[in-house]
Design a protein around this ligand. Structure first.
Ligand code: PD2
Ligand code: ZN
Length: 300
């Protein structure tokens, strides 16, 4: 459980009304793992009347947390129940995993944040085929617009991209099954594979892959499969220079190597997960990746 909630700087109206901003602040504190007691105390410390503060907490948190199955744990002062996450079988620190006859190397295994680097997840032929299938369908990448849940061109992401439908063809199906077995997460909970191509100078500025609960458009996006809980970025080629996947919070840089992949998971949509990550600018050559995002529920 995190320490006491941050001080409540939400402006108090003279009548001490429960505003949308106050509700949002309460949800943010809860998502960061603060107990209801500490959130309440932070409100009292900044001058909220106890009656209003308690009512705001009840109204906001009960509805929000019941949906996440965390209300009872928080009321009891327990850390939020750790939810199931995609997770490879690495209990005995194997150097290789046999995934239905396909050998995958374990190159890095970090617990907190959860980051695993795999070697040889795809064969060179699979990488080449995926790039060939995606090539003619590439368009300037869009990202989800936070306010509305729709897509927009984003200067922070200067790559070209496309999405395959899940199970769109035999190769996609085979890779989806391999990823599901590797990460022990249902095929049905995965988004379709996304392929990105970065030309020299192109990059993906550091970001989180989960949907920001504070943004208005998130409710719409979450209707289809709930939150993202894990990401697998697979390198389809080896750029001559640049293009590492970076994790600024932990000062980790993963080199893009054809067929290798980096996996990371996040148990809550919050920076406390330290899963900020980006694609560093490509300096020479092109960089191609396939990204698999994993949802908490069925993505239909
Ligand atoms: O291409 C990458 O290294 C990269 C970096 C950050 C890909 C993504 N994010 C992504 O697809 O979300
Ligand atoms: Zn990302």
């Amino acid at each position: 459980m995190a320490e006491g909630a941050a001080s409540c700087k939400i402006a108090r109206m003279s009548a001490q009304q429960i505003t949308p901003q106050l509700r949002q602040w309460i949800i943010e504190q809860a998502t960061a793992g603060h107990t209801p007691d500490s959130v309440l105390q932070a409100m009292l410390d900044s001058g909220w009347q106890e009656e209003v503060a308690v009512q705001a907490m009840e109204q906001t948190l009960e509805a929000h947390l019941r949906g996440q199955g965390q209300l009872e744990a928080l009321k009891a002062g327990l850390p939020p129940e750790s939810k199931p996450l995609p997770e490879p079988e690495l209990q005995q620190s194997p150097s290789t995993l046999n995934i239905s006859g396909h050998e995958v190397k374990v190159l890095l295994n970090m617990q907190d944040p959860r980051v695993v680097v795999f070697g040889g997840l795809l064969t060179d032929e699979e990488c080449d085929q995926l790039m060939a299938q995606a090539g003619s369908r590439l368009a300037r990448s869009e990202t989800v617009k936070n306010e509305t849940g729709t897509s927009e061109i984003n200067e922070a992401r200067t790559s070209d991209g496309m999405f395959f439908q899940r199970g769109e063809n035999a190769l996609c199906e085979r890779l989806e099954r391999r990823i599901a077995e590797l990460l022990r997460w249902p095929v049905e909970n995965g988004e379709g594979l996304q392929v990105l191509r970065y030309r020299p100078g192109a990059e993906y500025k550091p970001h989180y892959d989960y949907f920001d609960p504070a943004q208005a458009g998130t409710a719409t996006v979450l209707k289809r499969g709930g939150q993202r809980v894990g990401t697998l970025v697979i390198y389809l080629n080896t750029p001559a220079k640049g293009g590492a996947t970076t994790f600024p919070d932990i000062k980790l840089e993963v080199a893009p190597v054809k067929g290798n992949a980096v996996f990371f998971s996040y148990d809550r949509p919050h920076p406390a997960t330290r899963t900020l990550h980006g694609g560093a600018p490509v300096i020479e050559g092109e960089k191609w990746v396939a990204t698999k995002w994993l949802r908490e529920g069925r993505f239909e």
